[in-house]
Design a protein around this ligand. Structure first.
Ligand SMILES: Cc1ncc(C[n+]2csc(CCOP(=O)(O)OP(=O)(O)O)c2C)c(N)n1
Ligand code: SF4
Ligand SMILES: [Mg+2]
Length: 309
């Protein structure tokens, strides 16, 4: 039987002599990456893991030698070599008969853009690694520049006007490699998050998790509101939460109510959207098209959209 998810969390953190992610690191308050690492620490439990982290806030969070935020073996890599390094470590572990899960934790810049070549190659070879992309929708640790995950309507530190291009559909791109498991994660839905982390840890072959990660610094939002922003993104249909098995079978995990009010709230709570004045009405057609596609792929009947007055 699965151990309880939330009530067990504090106990795991205290019991483990070397927690995967220690307190006192340099991440900003309210950082989604920190939430993710706490959940991962809980999901990992007693499994033996090795982390691989390319340049990103996750690499900065490690701190300086000899102290480290990470209580498990962790390799920092260049962007281009993250998935390749993880593949090599996984192969050696297998040759040595070790039961080690190799987990690559990378930002959207490292995933969607700069490290994509080796990520795609490792997925195509179905390497036995778990690749987690925490997506804060910017190049966070270099000052918040645009990435191809930045949504249309957001302004970043290197743009004079709001971005007009839509973000890449990274989940669909990775699923198109026909990997065993690809899933999107809302950290505000803790049970679903830990269930998927555990599933991804224990499957074999290439597993990809896409995590929307609130970044108060880059999103210009209140640090305490990160989880609420995620709930609004999921509820409005902006961030679909689903699993894709073998690139074919789609399972929608959380049903949105497609509330325009929730979407407008999501936008208004982040000052990165202020300049463009983008609203739910601007985003809704693309969201509806995306969901129509997801419905077809998951074989689910399209429910009538509930309109919030
Ligand atoms: C090839 C290369 N280009 C650019 C950089 C500079 N750089 C370091 S971290 C970073 C941003 C990473 O963004 P992301 O992967 O989204 O992680 P985040 O900082 O948001 O956590 C950049 C551009 C680099 N180290 N190597
Ligand atoms: S810049 Fe964003 S992602 Fe990076 S540590 Fe701060 S809140 Fe986290
Ligand atoms: Mg980023």
């Amino acid at each position: 039987m699965d151990e309880p998810v939330l009530c067990g969390m504090a106990q795991t953190a205290l019991d483990r002599p070397d927690p995967l992610f220690r307190m006192g690191n340099t991440n900003c308050g309210g950082c989604g990456l920190s939430n993710l690492m706490q959940m991962l620490r809980h999901a990992v439990a007693d499994r033996r893991v090795q982390l691989v982290i390319p340049a990103c806030c996750g690499a900065v969070a490690a701190g300086t030698f000899p102290s480290s935020t990470y209580g498990v073996p962790t390799l920092m890599t260049t962007f281009a070599s993250a998935a390749a390094s993880a593949s090599g470590i996984a192969s050696v572990a297998q040759l040595n008969g070790e039961d080690t899960r190799v987990i690559c934790v990378a930002g959207d810049g490292g995933t969607y853009d700069i490290g994509f070549a080796t990520l795609s190659a490792a997925a195509e070879r179905n390497e036995d690694i778990l690749y987690i992309c925490y997506d804060n929708e910017i190049y966070g640790n270099t000052g918040g520049q645009r990435s191809s995950a930045t949504p249309a309507g957001a302004i970043t530190s290197n743009l004079s006007a709001a971005k007009t291009e839509q973000k890449k559909d990274i989940l669909a791109i990775m699923a198109a490699h026909r990997i065993p498991y690809a899933a999107s994660i809302s950290l505000a839905h803790a049970d679903d998050t830990v269930r998927k982390l555990r599933r991804a840890l224990d499957l074999k072959g290439f597993r990809f998790l896409h995590v929307l990660a609130p970044c108060p610094t880059g999103w210009k939002s209140e640090p305490a509101l990160g989880m609420e922003l995620l709930r609004l993104a999921v509820r409005s249909g902006l961030f679909p939460v689903l699993e894709i098995f073998d690139g074919r079978r789609h399972v929608i995990n959380i049903e949105p109510d497609f509330s325009d009010e929730a979407l407008d709230m999501y936008l208004s709570l982040q000052r990165r959207f202020q300049k463009s004045g983008i609203s739910a009405a601007d985003l809704r057609p693309a969201i509806d098209r995306h969901w129509q596609n997801l419905r077809q792929l998951s074989g689910r009947i399209v429910p009538a959209r509930r309109t919030v007055q």
